[in-house]
Design a protein around this ligand. Sequence first.
Ligand code: TRP
Length: 456
Amino acid sequence: MQTRVLTGITTTGTPHLGNYVGAIRPAIAASRRADVDAFFFMADYHALIKSDDPARIERSRLEIAATWLAAGLDPNKATFYLQSDIPEIPELTWFLTCVTAKGLLNRAHAYKAAVDKNNEDGEDADAGVTAGLYMYPVLMAADILAFNAQQVPVGRDQIQHIEMARDIAQRFNHIYGREFFVLPEVLIEEQVATLPGLDGRKMSKSYDNTIPLFAGSAKQLREAIMRIVTDSRMPGEPKDPDSSSLFTIFRAFASEAESAAFRRALEEGIGWGEAKQVLYERIEADVAPMRERYESLMARPAAIEEILREGARKARAIAGPKVAELRDAVGLRSMSAVNLQAGKAKMPTRAGKSPRFASFRDNDGSFRFRLFSSDGEELLLSKSFKDPKAAGLAQKKLKTMGGEAATLHVLPLSLVLELDGEPVANTPDYVDEPARDEALHYLREALDLLAAQESE
Ligand code: TRP
């Protein structure tokens, strides 16, 4: 069994060493595991909440996509896409919006922080707060729930958002009466290092203390490292590795043995300048081949776009049927069923054969039936009917309804057909979602064939 792991990267900045060590590298390592089905996407709709600078949004999407690919993400293994290439996400956002308590969003940390600041400054509570910021958690819930993600690796600042996604999912499940959504779990990587920045505080864009990952050259990487703040101990004086940013950063790239050697060198009094050179060389050994790939990708934006398009296609193969199911569940269903019956074109039957029903009596004496395709494949098995007439009536309805009018609920590996709001039959279990979607297609086709015959 694979676990579906999904995470989004907001596309506002340029990746730095802290992003690489804390998020990119562990995520890519996880995506290589056989038991992980990874979904990684550029959260560019979220980026619009933070930035209204089109050039910055454009550049960041490209840089971040190139960074992940250069760092070793295999787009054939992971599903890698742009959020804005998935129209199902904003559609689902609206469905979720309509079941989300406004009070829940009032409690979101980012929104509350903005309100608190306004209150402190004596401003109107909502001054400068967009509805986008307010809705941020719902869009994020849609990102996750559209794909039945089971685990969501995020930083600690995002835990509340995952909890909200669970809340919203449960609320929707409750209102519409079925387990539409998998409840996602937050995944916090405890072992992952947080890197100190140039000034010793956590490396973060908001502190302006970052070391860029690829942007620029080896020379610029070296210059940044030379600016890392150290104490004033002179060459020859012993240094304390455990209070040194240099050592913490070094360890994030080096093996145990290399780290032990660097620790010894510091304790034995290596000068800070020389220590920085050692650190630079160690990082550059990892970064150089990636930077080369990065630059080659950045020179071919069309190739990156092609990869992302393909990722979106894979992603939509899951989100598409999911959102279709939800549209149906909330009542946005086909109104044309009746008219379609009247004006339906005659369907050719395959090789003269047609789908057929087979009724049988179950061990417990109840009445059931199966529907087989024209090729003899089992499409549906009905529930048990106590009364043979009820079983017959259900078959009759199935014969005339047509594929378009069928209410089909999409489960992870099977489909459930409903009549008058009641489940009456289900498909066998399929091996995977594509097989299930193919079955959906065949089932609708079989129902169309039956309806065409009935109206002859
Ligand atoms: N909000 C996340 C962040 O800033 C990015 C994000 C958007 C995300 N949608 C997501 C993360 C869905 C995980 C799942 O880090």
